[in-house]
Unconditional design. Structure first.
Length: 229
């Protein structure tokens, strides 16, 4: 089996303000990897002075996209075999891509930093973090996916807000026959502005809508879940 290389990877950062944190994440990626970097400026916001680098592409979208539509647009536009979906609150403290790539070379379609198993005893209403191993869901703090597989599955356009949308995307990957793997990786998470700095009513409304859609679509389909552990 051919081993994948860093040149096969694009890291995508969806920027929605908070330029200082975005720059910190941006530089940590460039300093820790040789992957390509796609910066999506999502909606009108203060200009951020991203340094010019041959590995970096900056795309500006005036009309802000919802989380799923942004992910789908990125999947459709990049040319590399793999995509890292990553929140700007996450920073690299080392090479987090190579260990994740190794899992995809083993046959997984996605590998990430944090995730877990759906709690079936709780009627699918929660997720349990079981540490490293095969999982049902991964969170979008850092998630490496095989681009073509993920593009065919697609993120649900109804998901305007990220929270629980990454869980729905994960379960859709599993429903399509893909396996997901959670790893301990050299990453750190700062303040997650997408959670802490949005209107609480908006956050709770869209989080609930996303999770209710998960329950309607997937609850009871135990055959799509990873082995319990």
């Amino acid at each position: 089996m051919t081993q994948s290389s860093m040149e096969d990877v694009t890291v995508a950062l969806i920027i929605e303000g908070f330029g200082d944190d975005a720059l910190t994440s941006f530089h940590s990626i460039l300093n820790s990897t040789s992957a390509r970097l796609l910066v999506l400026i999502n909606g009108k916001q203060e200009e951020i002075d991203f340094p010019i680098d041959p590995r970096v592409e900056v795309v500006e979208i005036k009309q802000k996209l919802g989380w799923a539509n942004a992910i789908n647009q990125i999947l459709a536009s990049i040319k590399t075999k793999y995509l890292v979906i990553m929140d700007p609150s996450t920073t690299f403290t080392g090479d987090a891509i190579s260990p994740a790539l190794a899992k995809l070379d083993e046959g997984f379609v996605a590998a990430g930093w944090r995730g877990g198993l759906v709690n079936v005893e709780d009627e699918w209403r929660s997720v349990e973090d079981k540490g490293e191993g095969e999982v049902d869901v991964l969170f979008s703090y850092f998630m490496l996916v095989e681009r073509e597989f993920a593009l065919k599955v697609g993120a649900n356009p109804s998901a305007k807000y990220y929270r629980n949308a990454d869980l729905e995307f994960s379960l859709a990957l599993r429903e399509a026959g893909g396996k997901l793997y959670q790893l301990d990786l050299p990453l750190e998470q700062g303040r997650h502005h997408g959670y802490h700095d949005v209107d609480p009513a908006y956050r709770e409304k869209h989080s609930k809508e996303n999770y209710n859609r998960i329950l309607r679509r997937f609850r009871g389909k135990s055959d799509i879940l990873s082995p319990r552990r």
